[in-house]
Write a protein that binds this ligand. Structure first.
Ligand code: PLP
Length: 479
């Protein structure tokens, strides 16, 4: 038995005619446009079934477990989203309690909603110098477990979208002490295991489940992710059951083959690929650290605000003290230099780098940032005045007055945002990306929240979640 991606390639060259799904019949002429129809098959003989893997897909997932050193590796063709839904569902019984970082991705909140869980939030500390979320401190996790012994699992995001890594080993020790599983959303850290230039993966630090999006930082197609089971504290059968519920019954072979090809390539050539990437990245960081106005996020943040480590593959460009907002910098990079960033925020933009980057691509980014920095130098001091609003931390503490499911399913009414202060939200609000809710159903709306929303809108940031796409009204609980 060969690797899935190779078998798929061989099969695409054979003369089998499909009297089965998909309806394109592997016929590239059936629509306009260029799609990889020749490899887009279904569960035909020899290609196994993701929901009951016994052959080639079993092998592909076993190879994933071997590469990462986990007990079991589950492929997700619905990203880390399905993997997180499954992880939470497998670890916490319906209606149970979960301790979760308040800066989790919306997928975790959706798991809480679907399973009607009681979330206990732990807020990350704020890294005041950069005004980004810091880490989750183990001592605070311990305190919360002491206060609420019925908590059934812990879930943290590490690294965050900004590359901030928490003390996972410390938190894992506490989870063990209390006999509950630790789930780590490592969606942005699928590359950690392949070079010690990057932080140590939660896989090696005692986490029980680790979720990684292959598509975010490795050469794999969008939607591809893996869920690793790392200990027997979590049932493999339960994970399997929930992965079966949250994923399509017709998983894409193109996506699964892409995962298999990615893992195979890294197993074979990963050392050389990562050596080359890290060499390029070090060079880029050395150059960009020299900019005088556009400030690159560096490992200097380690040790502050619970930041245990920092993923150097994330390039964060801060605009405080320049004439630009994050949105303006993002726009210049896009429109003038044709460089598409991963994320814009009020005061910074984020570029994701990976083994897939070319030297030329990285060179273009360096040249653009250096040029923008030179332009800043020519500006008058009073023009370089972008300051951080001190009360602007996006994930300010909110009062939870009702459960998520109850708030979403109660009678609701629409209300002008300005008139919603003090009321209970029935909707999520988040900046996208990163897709971390700044307001969760069941939380009380504050004046500061409304002011922040207005400011984000003035700055042109992408606010999502409200059913009113203009963000003028919000659904609140009550007739
Ligand atoms: C921290 C984090 N977790 C989970 C997800 C969901 O991942 P996916 O897009 O692979 O479903 C994201 C997506 O951006 C994320 O940033």
């Amino acid at each position: 038995m060969d690797r899935l991606y190779k078998e798929l390639e061989n099969y695409s060259k054979k003369d089998y005619y499909p009297f089965h799904m998909p309806g394109h019949k592997r016929n590239g002429n059936s629509v306009d446009g260029d799609f990889p129809f020749d490899r887009d098959i279904t569960e035909i003989s020899g290609f196994d079934n993701l929901h009951h893997p016994q052959e080639i897909l079993k092998k592909a997932q076993e190879e994933g477990a071997k590469l990462y050193g986990s007990l079991e590796c589950f492929f997700s063709i619905n990203g880390s989203t399905a993997a997180l839904l499954a992880a939470v569902s497998a670890c916490v019984k319906r209606g149970g309690k979960i301790l979760m970082a308040r800066n989790c991705h919306k997928a975790v909140y959706h798991a809480v909603y679907l399973r009607d869980l009681k979330p206990v939030y732990i807020y990350p500390q704020i890294e005041r110098e950069l005004e980004i979320n810091g880490g989750i401190a183990p001592c605070r996790v311990k305190r919360m477990l002491e206060e609420q012994p019925d908590i059934e699992a812990i879930l943290i995001t590490s690294p965050t979208y900004d590359g901030v890594v928490s003390d996972v080993a410390g938190i894992a020790r506490i989870a063990k002490e209390y006999g509950i599983p630790l789930i780590v959303d490592e969606a942005h850290g699928a590359h950690f295991c392949f070079s010690n230039y990057f932080p140590v993966s939660a896989l090696k630090l005692g986490a029980d489940i680790v979720v990684q999006s292959l598509h975010k930082t490795l050469p794999s197609m969008t939607q591809t992710a893996v869920l690793h089971r790392c200990s027997d504290r979590v049932s493999g059968d339960e994970i399997r059951r929930f992965m079966g519920i949250y994923q399509s019954s017709s998983p894409s072979y193109i996506l699964m083959a892409s995962m298999d090809a990615c893992l195979d390539k890294i197993a074979r050539d990963g050392d050389a690929m990562f050596q080359n990437f890290v060499g390029n990245l070090k060079h880029v960081r050395e150059r960009l650290e020299k900019c005088r106005y556009i400030r690159l996020g560096t490992t200097d943040m380690i040790g502050n605000a619970g930041v245990f480590d920092f993923d150097r593959s994330k390039l964060l460009f801060f605009t405080k003290g320049t004439s630009l907002t994050g949105h303006e910098l993002h726009t210049i990079l896009r429109e003038e230099f044709h460089l598409e960033m991963e994320m814009e925020s009020e005061y910074y933009v984020t570029a994701i780098t990976s083994v897939g980057d070319t030297k030329e691509g990285l060179e273009r980014l360096c040249n653009a940032i250096e040029e923008i920095d030179r332009r800043e130098a020519l500006k008058r001091i009073d023009e370089r005045k972008k300051e951080i609003f001190l009360d602007s931390a996006p994930y300010m503490k909110m009062k939870q007055v009702m459960g998520i499911a109850k708030a979403m399913e109660s009678p609701v009414r629409k209300c002008l945002l300005e008139e919603s202060i003090g009321k209970t939200s029935a909707e999520f609000v988040y900046l996208y990306p990163p897709g971390i809710p700044i307001l969760v159903p069941g939380e009380q709306i504050t004046g500061q929240f409304v002011r922040n929303v207005r400011r984000y809108m003035e700055q042109g940031l992408d606010l999502q979640g409200l059913c009113d796409y203009t963000n003028r009204t919000i659904c609140v609980v009550g007739e």
